[in-house]
Design a protein around this ligand. Structure first.
Ligand SMILES: [Zn+2]
Length: 670
């Protein structure tokens, strides 16, 4: 346990501390250990966390969390005052006696684990921020069930990102309870995903978010810099009370009231498509009572089947809207996605075009985007973060849009536990981003093979040559990172990576290399079937490594444990060498109609830790013939029969495999 670096001054009394969301040292909190935490929790999960033994969705369950909230922005105090109800449905087979909540904004303040990590790593962000610059999220009244206050505590004190709430009555399987919540949430002036500057507020986190309860129990991890997102699906029904001139970007559909878009619509932009048709307004619950304040207006957003809810406001937002019309057989399609872009400084039209580009590309991989709207909002911090239906980006950039909109699928709809398996969402969206730019090995190698362009230097198309060089450089970087002493495996729990840099190198780049290798193992057609099957089977659900692996196995009809085990649980590189090629001329010249044959045999030896079905190519006057070796043997003989004399034998002549060493295995035969 880390020392308390910056004691708080707010704790006038235990009771006040409880109300203020600060830690209570008096509730026997020391006796409570967090579930699924610490040394007892596996560094690498060996059994499924969410996937049932069937390996499919048969027997799968997840909890449900429906929120109804009224949130008033108090700009003078830099915070939102909110009250609402969490209706929690226990769909598990277990009786629950407690709830675990997150108050994520408490990471961005002195005393948090995030701040302690920063301090240990010599990074200055939140640990010395004073009031009113640091963030907080605190209850203004104890959580209640049927009007009865519940006991709650902060077992990780002084960190207050995790709250344990004791239930007065156990919650049996199949039952619901409703928790009344009142709280205040303030972003920090130092930006990290969330933040505020002037009248611009980015609310990435802001509500008491119930931790996930899955097959392995509660997952209430402290919020640190690596791995944040894991939530329960449900409906968010949020009524905002905003200063009259504020403009909002949000998760969800604005079912009533004015989000402010029409007033700040850029010339030439289409009128906003509010997409109110999406939720059949008659089926909505009654709107909660919101205070009617002078100079304020209300707008109500509803989002169904989401596991988080983000929003941003700025009076300087300009609005551009449109629709993405899903093409069907090349003609205008059967439904649309409303698009909203809110920005202060961006070029008109650019990000809207990027959003259309991203949806076209991503739907070609997965299938239909499953929510009624997509919003891209300019945030204060650079780079980007994803929330369901909402992307917050710091700059205009097509690749950034493709990356973050990609998260709508891997994170938003295929909802992995990012704290445990960030390689699933970050790795895949990084890979699809490279792929969308033409910088993925497998499709690039297919282009080279179709044109017989094996030698990078002599590839006549400069664009292809440039892409090949980008791919080679990417592989070189990853192999370098992997060779570094102590490079951790991809599957390591996020908080156990030594640094954010290590975490990024592994769960983004190295995981992208893993997906490239999977693309190659499955082949183009089956990889695409795998993506569509995985999305079709598992969207709106929690996914883990087994959901992915079993889907890939069901598509290929083969066991793929060897592939996922090596990439996720261990480190290594793909490194094979070809040895001792021989050529035997077969056939008989003296017998009429007996075709001549040349048989090339060559030894293939594994040198790296990873196994892979390596391509071996032989060139004749007509071009290259490529065969695949078996993935599992350490040493094997590869035999290739040809109708004409072989000239060269190369390992992986078109550069399909994530390996730099193949270039050393080249032989001239004639
Ligand atoms: Zn990402």
């Amino acid at each position: 346990m880390r020392a308390l670096l910056f004691p708080r001054t707010l704790m006038a009394s235990a009771a006040l501390a409880a109300l203020m969301g600060a830690p209570r040292h008096t509730l026997g909190a020391q006796a409570i250990t967090l579930p699924n935490q610490g040394a007892a929790s596996p560094r690498l999960p060996k059994t499924p966390a969410t996937t049932p033994p069937s390996g499919t969705t048969t027997g799968y369950w997840q909890q449900r969390a429906d929120y109804q909230i009224v949130a008033q922005l108090d700009e003078a105090r830099g915070l939102v005052k909110a009250q609402g109800a969490l209706r929690y449905t226990n769909a598990s087979p277990d009786t629950l006696r407690e709830l675990w909540l997150h108050q994520h904004l408490n990471a961005f303040r002195p005393g948090s684990r995030w701040s302690a990590d920063d301090e240990a790593k010599g990074k200055e962000r939140f640990q010395r921020l004073n009031d009113p610059d640091h963030a907080f999220e605190r209850f203004t009244a104890a959580p209640r069930v049927n009007g009865q206050p519940l006991r709650f505590s902060y077992p990780l004190a002084p960190d207050s990102t995790v709250v344990r709430v004791e239930l007065r009555q156990p919650l049996p399987p199949g039952q619901q309870l409703e928790v009344q919540l009142s709280w205040e949430a303030r972003p920090s002036t130092v930006l990290r995903r969330q933040g505020r500057r002037g009248r611009h507020f980015d609310f990435a986190q802001w509500f008491p978010k119930v931790a996930v309860y899955d097959r392995h129990g509660w997952k209430p991890n402290a919020f640190v810099a690596q791995g944040e997102l894991y939530g329960e699906f449900g409906t968010f029904d949020v009524t905002f009370v905003l200063p009259a001139d504020q403009v909002i970007a949000s998760t969800g559909v604005p079912v009533s009231g004015d989000p402010g878009w029409e007033r700040v619509r850029l010339p030439g932009s289409a009128a906003p498509d509010y997409a109110r048709r999406a939720y059949g307004l008659a089926g909505l619950p009654r709107a909660p009572r919101a205070p009617a304040l002078k100079g304020y207006r209300t707008v109500r957003f509803v989002a169904r089947d989401v596991h988080h809810f983000g929003w941003s406001v700025s009076p300087d937002y300009r609005y551009e809207g449109g629709q993405w019309i899903r093409p069907r057989n090349g003609r205008p399609g059967w439904d649309t996605v409303a698009l909203h872009v809110l920005h202060e400084r961006w070029s008109p039209g650019r990000t809207l075009g990027d959003a259309r580009h991203a949806l076209t590309w991503l739907e070609s991989l997965y299938g239909p985007y499953a929510w009624p709207q997509l919003t891209i909002a300019e945030r204060l911090e650079s780079s980007g973060t994803e929330f369901p239906m909402l992307v917050m980006d710091g700059e205009e950039d097509r690749s950034l849009v493709v990356h973050e909109v990609g998260h709508q699928f891997t994170y938003g709809l295929l909802a992995n536990n990012e704290w445990q398996s960030a390689w699933m969402d970050e790795g895949f969206t990084t890979y699809q981003e490279l792929w969308s730019r033409g910088e993925a090995r497998v499709p690039l190698a297919a282009q080279r093979a179709a044109r017989q362009w094996h030698d990078v230097v002599t590839i006549p198309d400069s664009a292809v040559r440039r892409r090949v060089r980008a791919v080679e450089a990417f592989t070189a970087t990853i192999e370098e990172a992997t060779r570094l002493t102590g490079a951790p495996p991809l599957g390591l729990r996020s908080d156990l990576f030594a640094s954010k840099e290590d975490y990024d190198a592994m769960v983004y780049d190295r995981a992208a290399a893993m997906y490239s290798a999977l693309h190659d193992v499955l082949g183009e057609e089956r990889f695409r079937v795998f993506l569509r099957t995985y999305y079709g089977r598992w969207s709106f659900r929690h996914v883990d490594r087994w959901a992915m692996q079993r889907t890939a196995e069901s598509v290929t009809g083969t066991r793929l444990g060897w592939f996922f085990d090596q990439w996720i649980d261990s480190t290594g590189t793909i490194d094979y060498v070809l040895e001792r090629p021989t050529v035997v001329r077969a056939g008989d010249d003296s017998v009429a109609n007996r075709p001549k044959q040349w048989v090339v045999t060559v030894q293939l030896q594994r040198r790296g830790a990873y196994r892979h079905p390596m391509p071996v190519g032989v060139r004749t006057a007509s071009g290259w013939t490529v065969v695949r070796a078996e993935p599992l043997p350490d040493r094997q003989t590869v035999r290739i029969v040809l109708p004409e004399p072989p000239m060269d034998v190369w390992l992986d002549p078109f550069g399909t495999v994530e390996s730099r060493t193949t270039a050393s295995s080249r032989f001239v035969l004639f």
